[in-house]
Write a new protein. Structure first.
Length: 317
């Protein structure tokens, strides 16, 4: 994938293949085949560490089971229900809509049927001004007269193209509130919980922080809160990725890291954040990155590090 140029591949009579699960190897497969049943490589999902969804399974494509469409479509990629992956991967090809000639062409995503579309996903599409017809390929293969396949404008964890950045930065915030320091809390979430975060938040309140829970607010409310902060901080999480939707994002960002995931740095460098990461203050009660339970080692030490970092950087001025 070029760091400078994003390409658009157009194929005739291409076949969009839905998710197919290989139970023997516990893998899932999807993508696009051309009219010779060959895999179209730039339709696949890659991250910095390699391909994450297997090639569409050729044997699954029987002519009698293929739905035919005479229309042209833009391939949107893969519809993700995880908040962060939706922002970074489901939207990763939409930079093409910077060109008005694509405004009326339907967008096709490969989607798991058992996972319904969520209201916040529609809200994000609306904020981005997407009025294209949406097509989901969930069960049957669909053969289109023409498929327009844009290169991904974002790749987890190491690639964020300027065209994708420009497309996403749509929202002009309504600064109805103004807070000097906002802490994005995860303490009421049911996944990837962090022990002692409630104790940390009580301490931060004493230091003048506004504790905010975003999960029960609309996307627009969330964006307005993020934009209202002079300093934005919290434990690593997808809420920070929302900054890519703001035309003028909060610049001063402090993230308490629980992993070495470099998405946060990739985004910060592209949208111009003055971001500071604090490492080694959270431990995982599990062997993998996606452990469901974490713990702050020392609340006192972490508060001290946070306030010291802000003072050194002169952010209090």
């Amino acid at each position: 994938m070029s760091q400078e140029f994003l390409n658009v591949n157009t194929i005739k009579n291409g076949i969009v293949v839905p998710f197919i699960y290989n139970k023997e190897f516990s893998t899932k497969h999807a993508g696009i085949l051309d009219d010779q049943f060959k895999v179209v490589k730039n339709s696949l999902l890659f991250r910095s560490y390699g391909q994450v969804i297997g090639d569409p399974i050729i044997l699954s494509v029987q002519e009698s089971s293929i739905k035919h469409s005479d229309s042209c479509t833009i391939f949107g990629g893969y519809w993700e229900n995880h908040f962060g992956h939706f922002l970074l991967e489901t939207l990763q090809r939409l930079w093409i809509l910077n060109n008005i000639k694509y405004a009326d062409i339907p967008i096709t995503w490969i989607k798991e049927k058992k996972k319904p579309v969520k209201s916040w996903q529609i809200d994000i599409l609306n904020i981005l001004g997407i009025n294209n017809e949406i097509i989901f390929v969930e069960e049957r293969c669909v053969k289109f007269n023409e498929i327009i396949i844009p290169d991904p404008g974002y790749r987890i964890r190491d690639f964020f193209h300027k065209k994708q950045k420009e497309f996403l930065a749509k929202y002009s915030e309504k600064k109805t509130l103004q807070f000097k320091k906002i802490w994005l809390s995860r303490s009421k979430l049911n996944e990837r919980k962090t022990l002692n975060e409630d104790i940390l938040e009580n301490r931060l309140k004493q230091e003048g922080w506004k504790i905010v829970h975003l999960q029960n607010k609309t996307i627009e409310e969330q964006l307005n809160i993020l934009a209202s902060a002079n300093i934005l901080a919290g434990i690593e999480g997808s809420a920070f990725h929302l900054l890519i939707l703001l035309k003028n994002p909060t610049k001063k960002v402090l993230i308490i890291r629980r992993s070495k995931n470099i998405n946060y740095s990739t985004i910060a460098s592209k949208i111009g954040l003055d971001q500071v990461d604090i490492y080694e203050e959270i431990i995982s009660h599990g062997k993998k990155y996606d452990s469901q339970l974490y713990e702050i080692k020392s609340v006192d030490k972490l508060v001290e590090k946070i306030e010291k970092a802000i003072a050194i950087l002169g952010w209090q001025k």
